[in-house]
Design a protein around this ligand. Sequence first.
Ligand SMILES: NC(=O)C1=CN([C@@H]2O[C@H](COP(=O)(O)OP(=O)(O)OC[C@H]3O[C@@H](n4cnc5c(N)ncnc54)[C@H](OP(=O)(O)O)[C@@H]3O)[C@@H](O)[C@H]2O)C=CC1
Ligand SMILES: O=C(O)C1=N[C@H](C(=O)O)C[C@H](O)C1
Length: 236
Amino acid sequence: MKIALLGYGKMGQVIERIALERGHEIVLRKKSTDSFEGLEKADVAIDFSIPDAAVGNISTCLDQGVPVVSGTTGWLEHYPKMAALCEEKQGAFIYGSNFSLGVNLFFALNVQLAKMMAKFPEYKASMEEIHHTQKLDAPSGTAISLAKDIIEHSDYSSWALPGATPAKNDELLIDAQRIENVPGTHSVFYDSAVDSIEIKHTAHSREGFALGAVIAAEWLHGKSGIFTMKDVLNLS
Ligand SMILES: NC(=O)C1=CN([C@@H]2O[C@H](COP(=O)(O)OP(=O)(O)OC[C@H]3O[C@@H](n4cnc5c(N)ncnc54)[C@H](OP(=O)(O)O)[C@@H]3O)[C@@H](O)[C@H]2O)C=CC1
Ligand SMILES: O=C(O)C1=N[C@H](C(=O)O)C[C@H](O)C1
């Protein structure tokens, strides 16, 4: 497959290595000031860029009829617009806040636990995510996905970062920590007066995210529609 990389930073470079190992060819490595030259040759594009660039990159792919896998986080308020464009162009699009197999299993575990804990209001939920210091967005896209799933299956009505004012009772707090060189750690806590329950996913490197993105691109090639990693991994 011919792959266009939109974003060629920490993730783009690991994705390139894994894509080459799996027999693919890279036809574009786009950084901030580069053009889209080469995109027309691509079977699929993989966007791991920055929040402000994601919408432009995804739109350009859909306009040019190139299937697009986006792992960029921090732009999700524009997702409905991108989904509508994909439908209009009869294109192919996958967004994932996290492409690793482990985190997608963790998402499923989080839903099961949230359903169970909803019956026990003596436990208060909270979350923590830890990432490297270059990360532009907070909380992480993965943390937002986890929070949305908890909110859907509980009485929490929204998530919030800890602020100057105390959290409301129906607010799910997400503590976002930035520590040098941490690839990505997510925890969900349920605390009562007498004990605590915790689930945690720790990425040891960026390999899992990058492999998942390449697998998603291979899966998307030749399809049309809007998909998620649940479709790719056959997790319902
Ligand atoms: N979904 C997932 O599984 C994962 C998602 N991510 C997300 O992926 C994104 C990238 O992460 P990471 O690689 O660590 O970030 P980096 O900062 O290392 O890389 C970002 C890259 O995007 C480039 N860029 C900036 N503007 C544009 C543009 N207009 N078009 C194309 N490329 C552009 C930058 O180029 P330049 O150097 O010229 O500025 C740089 O090459 C983040 O949003 C992060 O949250 C990260 C890991 C896993
Ligand atoms: O910026 C990162 O590095 C990561 N971003 C994603 C997110 O925001 O959830 C996924 C992963 O945790 C690494």
